[in-house]
Every structure is written in structure tokens, then in C-alpha cells.
Design a protein around this ligand. Structure first.
Ligand code: SF4
Length: 276
């Protein structure tokens, strides 16, 4: 079956193969089916226009994270580029700013497909047998692994420190410092990773820091970001965005200054130049 996938936004993870599209169909497009895949809720109006246009070519479905997709199926390369993999979905924590636990309130192991950029919601909350199997797959890849889905410091167990340190070359990983997280928990995770052979200078220990949420201030956000630097993690600011489907959140749209502030806390070279 000739399946065309249509993406309203192109990111680093968006597939770029011959059956991926980023706009309306052209005269030569033919398909048996079309899937419009939507990750960000802000893209829904554009995605719905695209679905209407592609509906003239073939039966068209619209879905993805933005539409609350609860599927536990992961098909490598279909909606994200080859190399990215999802080996589990779900999370036992209940962070107020996150939708994951509402869809899957525990970490569900999935069949493990090869890849080197791991996007799991909370891999470290998975059962040990699954985590070990994922690392066995990663060991086989022969290239630098990245954990860009975010790792939960509170879930980190000693055997997981050993597994992360056992990968060659050393992987890149993003921890998460979110509202309500204790600084001591991040500090303990950072110390254990540094003791296992990671270095601050390599910038492989990174940390998503959520900023700009309701009642956050620039001074408080700056403090949290500098705390990450101090404990040995390279911060990566993530700007909170209100859920476009929730009236209660829309009034808290972060001011434009937050975007400028965020940009200063994303690129390690810029962060370390300013902080020195
Ligand atoms: S730990 Fe991460 S994945 Fe789990 S609910 Fe919180 S933000 Fe979502």
C-alpha cells in the first residue's frame, strides 16, 4: 500500500523519505491512503486544512500526539525518522503540565526496535528486564546514543547508572528539572553520573528545565538554570506552552520576552560563554 504521511511542521525528527510531505498535494501525487501526523496542538488548524486537501487524493486520516493518540504501537520510520526509537510509553508520575500519564498511567514496555535516539516518556521507570534489553539493543548500534525523551532523576537506580556508563561512546542524555522536582534529586543523579565517568566539559549530561509557566519569574528561572550548571548538568530551557485545548491555560500564554530568555539557555556554547 502506498501510504503518504503529511506533516504540518518539519523538525529534526520528521521523516524526509520519498513518501513524506509537508504541504498540500501536487499534480503528480498518488496514494492509497494518507495520514496527517500532528505533534503540536498549535498545528491543528493547518493540519485540518491539509487533511481536506489530501482527502481529494486518497482516504485521509488525521492523528498523532496533538489529537491524544493513545496507540501503543510504534512503527520505526513512519512518523519519526529512522534512528529514533520508542521502546516504552507512559509514566507513573502525574506532573500537572504533562499529558503522558493521562494516556498511559504506567510505563508500558513495547517491542524493542533498533535506534540510537531514545524518545521514551520515562524509560527509567520501566521494569529492569526491559531496561536491560533496551541497552543490549543500544550496545549493538555502534554509534553515539542519545536519550532525548528525558530521564527522570528520581527514578534513577544504580544498575541504570552502570548501563548508561557502559555505552561506548558515552551517550548524550537529557535529565528533567520540572516544577516540584527537588534540587537534591537532580544533584544526586548528577553526582552519580560524574562518578561513573561522565564529565561536565563533554556536555553529555544535559537537563531540560521548564520555564515560563504560570507564576514563574525570570529571576526564579535564571536561578534554576544556574543551579543545573552548578551541579554539573548543562541546562536546556524548555518554554512552557498552554494547552490549546484548555480554556483555563490559554490566559497564561508566556510573554514574548520568555522566548528571548529561552534562546539564551539552549546552546551549550552560548550558555558557557555567558556563564563564565
Ligand atoms: S515525569 Fe515526565 S513523562 Fe512523567 S508525568 Fe512528569 S513530565 Fe510527564
Amino acid at each position: 500500500m502506498r501510504l503518504i504521511r503529511v506533516f504540518p511542521r518539519r523538525t529534526k525528527a520528521t521523516p524526509t523519505d520519498a513518501l513524506a510531505r509537508f504541504g498540500p498535494p501536487d499534480l503528480l501525487d498518488e496514494a492509497d491512503a494518507v495520514h496527517v501526523s500532528v505533534t503540536f496542538k498549535d498545528d491543528k488548524p493547518k493540519a485540518e486544512r491539509l487533511a481536506e486537501q489530501w482527502g481529494r487524493i486518497a482516504p485521509t486520516q488525521i492523528g498523532g500526539v496533538a489529537y491524544g493518540d493513545r496507540s501503543l504501537e510504534f512503527i520505526p520510520g513512519r512518523y519519526i525518522k529512522p534512528g529514533y526509537t520508542i521502546t516504552s510509553r507512559g509514566c507513573p508520575r502525574q506532573c500537572w503540565f504533562c499529558d503522558v500519564w493521562k494516556k498511559w498511567p504506567t510505563a508500558h514496555p513495547l517491542p524493542i526496535h533498533d535506534g540510537w535516539n531514545v524518545l521514551d516518556d520515562n524509560l527509567l521507570a520501566c521494569p529492569e528486564w526491559h531496561v536491560r534489553a533496551v541497552f543490549a539493543m543500544l550496545q549493538r548500534q555502534g554509534r553515539r546514543v542519545a536519550f532525548t525523551g528525558g530521564l527522570e532523576a528520581a527514578a534513577l537506580q544504580d544498575y541504570q547508572v552502570d548501563l548508561l556508563a557502559s555505552l561506548t561512546p558515552k551517550p548524550a542524555m537529557f535529565w528533567a528539572y520540572d516544577p516540584g522536582d527537588r534540587l537534591e534529586t537532580l544533584e544526586s543523579a548528577a553526582q552519580r553520573m560524574l562518578a561513573a565517568g561522565f564529565t561536565r566539559e563533554s556536555h553529555r549530561l544535559r537537563c531540560y528545565v521548564l520555564i515560563g509557566y504560570p507564576r514563574d519569574t525570570f529571576a526564579a528561572a535564571d536561578h534554576r538554570l544556574r543551579d543545573m550548571l552548578r551541579i554539573g548538568l548543562t541546562p536546556h530551557a524548555m518554554l512552557w506552552a498552554p494547552d490549546a485545548d484548555l480554556d483555563s491555560q490559554r490566559k497564561y500564554q508566556p510573554a514574548p520576552e520568555w522566548k528571548r530568555f529561552q534562546r539564551q539557555w539552549v546552546r551549550p556554547a552560548l550558555i558557557y560563554t555567558r556563564a563564565s
